[in-house]
Design a protein around this ligand. Sequence first.
Ligand SMILES: Cc1ncc(C[n+]2csc(CCOP(=O)(O)OP(=O)(O)O)c2C)c(N)n1
Ligand SMILES: [Mg+2]
Length: 314
Amino acid sequence: MVLTRAYDNKILSLQRQGRTATFAPGFGEEAAQVGSASAMRPNDIFVPAFRQSGVYLTRGFPMDLYLLYWIGYEEGNVVPENVRGMPMAVPVSTQMPHAAGIAYAQKYKGSDSAVVAYVGDGGTSEGDFAEALNLAGVWKAPLVAIIQNNQWAISMPRKKQSAAETLAQKAFAAGINGVQVDGNDVVAVYKATREAISNARDGPTLIECVTYRMGMHTTSDDPTKYRSDEETAAWAKKDPILRVKAYLEGKGLLSDAIDKEIEEGNSKIIDSWVEKAESFKPDPTSMFTNVYSFMPEILSAELEESKASDFWQG
Ligand SMILES: Cc1ncc(C[n+]2csc(CCOP(=O)(O)OP(=O)(O)O)c2C)c(N)n1
Ligand SMILES: [Mg+2]
């Protein structure tokens, strides 16, 4: 969780220096991400949205590649063979029908793998979300759908997002289990996800993690325009990292010295990821070749034309 936060902070700082494009940090949502991803078994598959640094990190995705994506290279969104996951999905909730399909495919193939998919509170208003839960319910697909209810969908507050008292209750219409959990309590999230995964053979579960987006929506957003300092200050007290630190300190498992050691170690790890990502030498043809399995004629014509241009040489 601490490494996730430090890396998000680093990427934010790189963005401010013009060294990445737009970035969506997950400050405050580390327990929901790391707790749920830690509960996954090696053969389970994650399906992210676009604000899941902690999930990528926990699932062993190469974090230099993760940064490469935010720098603007699609190569960073190509999931290596040894990582069981899907690329980032920016179009809100479009990952959910994919997740239901992948989950059904596991069942069809007789595989024991479950799919753990992530969606925001805003994403639960999309038709894709309802369709995915509906299909997963009918098919009894091994899907664990995790709502990261961070209280905001850009400037749209949770209260205006849905009249439903909880987002977890959206499970009931689909005939599946729905659970609401304190998303800033890493142990609670872990436990809920573990249970959902062990029940996945019998069908899907929807888990609403109640958490808070402590930072901006993305680096192009200024949250002070639409939410109060009182609100952010109240949630700062529930910071999931402070909570887990207090818990570990109470058990005598964490001290300032250990904390400092972890911080220094993390900063070296992060520097190595940044160095690797920034030394990437792009192949400009990838912006053409990465689009379709077979390149349509119009695209290959454009590729040839662009190769002949001065821009390409630069
Ligand atoms: C289909 C679609 N509509 C609109 C957008 C623009 N957009 C990007 S993120 C976002 C809000 C998402 O809110 P939420 O689902 O709560 O996720 P969060 O950003 O809070 O993690 C919107 C409207 C988009 N990317 N895709
Ligand atoms: Mg949200």
